[in-house]
Design a protein around this ligand. Structure first.
Ligand SMILES: Cc1cc2nc3c(=O)[nH]c(=O)nc-3n(C[C@H](O)[C@H](O)[C@H](O)COP(=O)(O)O)c2cc1C
Length: 278
């Protein structure tokens, strides 16, 4: 399975649908706060055909994660737990990558989710907090009955520096029985399939390379048309500007487009930039 990685601010329902059309076989939502979901302060938007879908939750409180999973399971094929996000907004509360510092507590949370939800549970991790503890963490999660672990082949301390360590991901696969998806620095679906075959994985997730470029999943996609399709399906103007910047990248008129996007004051302004063949 080659899929779309979770990316906050980008992997909304409309963008997931574009990636699915281009060949993505699975997709993850943006991370969703378990606490906010439980309090009714956020909701999970999905479209018809938006499947298989992993709804990704973040949090550190077991009760909130269990309740949030109960809400998310109505929309999801998988309930995914974020144990990789390095943002202090999450780690200061013990969520995201902070869970990598306490692998046993992470496994307990995963077990709590997996034993209470109707849908299979998965976890997305990095290799570790500041060293590669991936095999140890994966073994604990495997025992916690998760269906899949997606591994970004960097430690939290590395951020996005250096290269993703695919050999480390391969070693984790040898140590467990659950599915392992690799993630990190993939260029496109062909690159992903090659890594899956080399390291005998169950799948791989493409992140940054897919931003504004669903064609990485294999099917040729007109970036202008794709963005306009995304606009039809989405109301949030600041999200539209962000997506517009991503979709303009690589186009011959990118610089001119970017200036226009930065100055655009409303949705029609953005639409005009992408409709104009310049
Ligand atoms: C803008 C952005 C937002 C991200 N948001 C999330 C997120 O919500 N949940 C998560 O697990 N990972 C998130 N990530 C990490 C990606 O899922 C992925 O692990 C990382 O980008 C490495 O893969 P890549 O090299 O293919 O981009 C995000 C990454 C980026 C660039």
């Amino acid at each position: 399975m080659i899929g779309l990685a979770p990316m906050a601010g980008y992997t909304d329902a409309a963008f997931r649908m574009l990636c699915r059309k281009a060949g993505a076989e699975i997709a993850y939502t943006e991370m969703v706060s378990a606490e906010a979901l439980v309090r009714g302060k956020t909701e999970i938007m999905v479209r018809r055909g938006d499947s298989p879908l992993a709804v990704q939750l973040f949090g550190s409180r077991e009760r909130a994660l269990i309740e949030a999973a109960g809400i998310a399971e109505k929309k999801a094929d998988f309930i995914d737990l974020n144990a990789g996000c390095p943002s202090p907004d999450l780690t200061d509360t013990g969520a995201g990558a902070a869970l990598l510092r306490k692998p046993k507590a992470l496994a307990e949370l995963a077990a709590a989710i997996s034993s209470t939800t109707k849908k299979p549970a998965s976890v997305k991790i990095r290799l570790g907090w500041n060293s590669n503890d991936c095999v140890k963490i994966c073994k604990l999660l495997d025992k916690a009955d998760v269906t899949r672990i997606a591994i970004h082949g960097r430690t939290m301390k590395q951020g996005f520096s250096g290269k993703a360590d695919w050999k480390a991901i391969g070693k984790a696969k040898e140590a467990v029985t659950c599915e392992i998806y690799g993630n990190g620095d993939l260029r496109d679906a062909e690159d992903a399939r090659e890594k899956v075959a080399t390291f005998r994985l169950d799948g791989a997730l493409i992140g940054r390379a897919a931003l504004g470029n669903p064609a990485v999943f294999g099917k040729k996609t007109d970036k202008r048309k794709a963005f306009l399709e995304w606009m039809r399906d989405s109301a949030d103007f600041s999200a539209a500007k962000r997506q517009a910047m991503a979709f303009s990248r690589g186009l011959p008129e990118a610089k001119k487009m970017r200036n226009g996007i930065a100055r655009a004051e409303n949705a029609s302004g953005l639409k005009a930039i992408f409709s104009d063949k310049g």
